[in-house]
Design a protein around this ligand. Structure first.
Ligand SMILES: Cc1cc2nc3c(=O)[nH]c(=O)nc-3n(C[C@H](O)[C@H](O)[C@H](O)COP(=O)(O)OP(=O)(O)OC[C@H]3O[C@@H](n4cnc5c(N)ncnc54)[C@H](O)[C@@H]3O)c2cc1C
Length: 423
């Protein structure tokens, strides 16, 4: 039996490996050249954060160690204020509660190589899959991992009765820049952190790369981008809002005008299945990157789908079950990702933010069965579905608000009040 996978980005090859390990023959189609051979850009964002949900799936197929070799642990957020002073906010409180920065290109290569080594995966590159190709496959199972602008989803939109679809763009775009390594190839800032320069309405972030550089991303409203017309405008803006970063970016103005401004979109649709076809990854649910879960949730899709395949010989039933089980979680992480944008660019500057984080950790330490901070549930606890994390997060946020209303340090926490609120 041959299963067809459309898209050789991050999610498609992982799905192909799962299928191959189950014994299916797989045909994968990718419109770009073969990244294993050609040095081509991997698309959006030069590096990204891999977290526990993604790692769990990678582990299941035996690829976790390969990814760890190209990854840099980030233990928390390094917040830079407008005077250039930094403060560090850990992501978690246990040794293994870290997230990992990895190059998108290297990650994509690891996944394609793994698929290629399976023996039963045939990959066709430079092949733009079309609606005609889909029709030609008739009833063969097709798993579409062809990204946010999926051709298979477009086909469903046009042909499936009552197909729900929405796309919503942020009023913000993003631009990638670079902090190069120092003359010795070393890092010019703390290596094991995700750096953030929050500015209420906009922000800059930086993730480390294994070559000593940082990929820097500016998230900025489109009407702001339009006002930055000359190198002088750009330098003045960066010097005002990100003074310590600008000192580390010798090619800032050149990069700013050479690099494109990317868009941030949330796409929701339902159902994800149509007979023997199903959407996964960004094709099913594109989300904004502020919880670093787009790829991670796509990897989780692969794990769930894999767990359902084989339960019945009826692929249409498998795909319908997958769509039904997963949709609420995809919607939940899409919404939480948008909320987290506010937290990253403005929330972190609120003095109560650090206090709430510390109180949240204190509650987790004392009552781990009752309280796990929302960030930790999403990032470090794959066993808690996104929808459940979202639901618990709403309740917890109210509890933290009450507990922190009249205190200035975690030592002042009223434990009796906390116990009552958590009961
Ligand atoms: C700025 C930014 C930062 C991000 N950071 C993170 C992060 O830190 N952590 C995280 O988990 N996620 C992050 N994401 C999200 C992540 O990039 C996506 O969720 C992920 O790439 C989705 O993988 P995918 O395989 O579903 O889609 P894609 O990676 O888009 O891959 C789709 C593939 O399908 C191919 N394709 C498309 N159409 C066709 C066709 N008709 N025929 C054949 N091939 C086709 C494309 O060439 C591509 O290779 C970020 C996104 C952005 C924009």
């Amino acid at each position: 039996m041959t299963v067809h996978v459309v898209g050789g980005g991050l999610v498609g090859p992982l799905m192909a490996v799962y299928l191959a390990q189950k014994g299916f023959d797989v045909e994968l189609y990718e419109r770009r050249p073969d990244m294993r051979r050609a040095d081509i850009p991997a698309g959006r964002s030069i590096n990204l954060a891999v977290t526990a949900r993604g790692l769990k799936a990678l582990e299941e197929v035996g690829l976790r160690e390969d990814v760890m070799k190209i990854a840099i642990p980030m233990k928390g957020r390094m917040i830079h204020n407008v005077e250039g002073k930094t403060s560090f906010l850990p992501y978690g409180q246990k040794e293994d509660e870290v997230i990992y920065a990895a190059s998108r290109g290297l990650l994509n290569k690891v996944l394609l190589e793994a698929a290629g080594q399976c023996g039963n995966v045939k990959m066709t590159f430079d092949k733009t899959f079309t609606a005609e190709d889909l029709a030609a496959l008739e009833d063969a199972p097709v798993i579409a991992a062809d990204g946010a602008w999926s051709v298979v989803r477009k086909h469903m939109l046009e042909n499936v009765h009552n197909f729900d679809y929405s796309q919503s763009f942020q009023t913000y775009g993003y631009k990638e820049l670079v902090i190069p390594s120092d003359a010795q190839g070393g890092f010019r800032m703390e290596k094991n952190a995700l750096h953030i320069w929050p500015c209420k309405q906009h922000m800059l972030i930086a993730l480390p790369n294994t070559d000593g550089s940082f990929t820097v991303t500016l998230f900025y409203p489109y009407d702001g981008f339009e006002k930055l017309k000359t190198p002088e405008d750009v330098l003045a803006f960066f010097k005002r809002d990100f003074p310590d970063a600008v000192a580390l970016m010798p090619a800032l103005a050149d990069d700013f005008f050479a690099n494109p401004t990317g868009a941030l979109v949330t796409i929701k649709c339902a159902p994800w299945n149509d007979g023997n076809r199903v959407l996964i990854g960004d094709a099913a649910h594109a989300i904004v990157p502020f919880f670093a879960q787009g790829m991670n949730s796509g990897f989780e899709d692969c794990a769930l789908l894999n767990s359902l395949i084989g339960k019945t010989p009826d692929w249409a039933q498998v795909f319908a079950d997958f769509s039904r089980k997963r949709k609420a979680d995809a919607d939940a992480i899409a919404d939480m990702a948008i909320e987290n944008f506010h937290e990253m660019r403005a929330g972190v500057t609120d003095p109560k933010f650090a206090l709430k984080k510390q109180v949240g950790f204190a509650l987790e330490q004392r009552w781990p069965e009752k309280f796990i901070p929302r960030y930790s549930m999403v990032i470090f606890h794959p066993e808690i579905p996104y929808a459940e994390a979202k639901r618990r997060g709403v309740v917890q946020s109210e509890i933290l608000e009450k507990l922190c209303a009249n205190i200035n340090a975690p030592e002042e926490l009223d434990w009796q009040q906390a116990e009552k609120l958590l009961a």
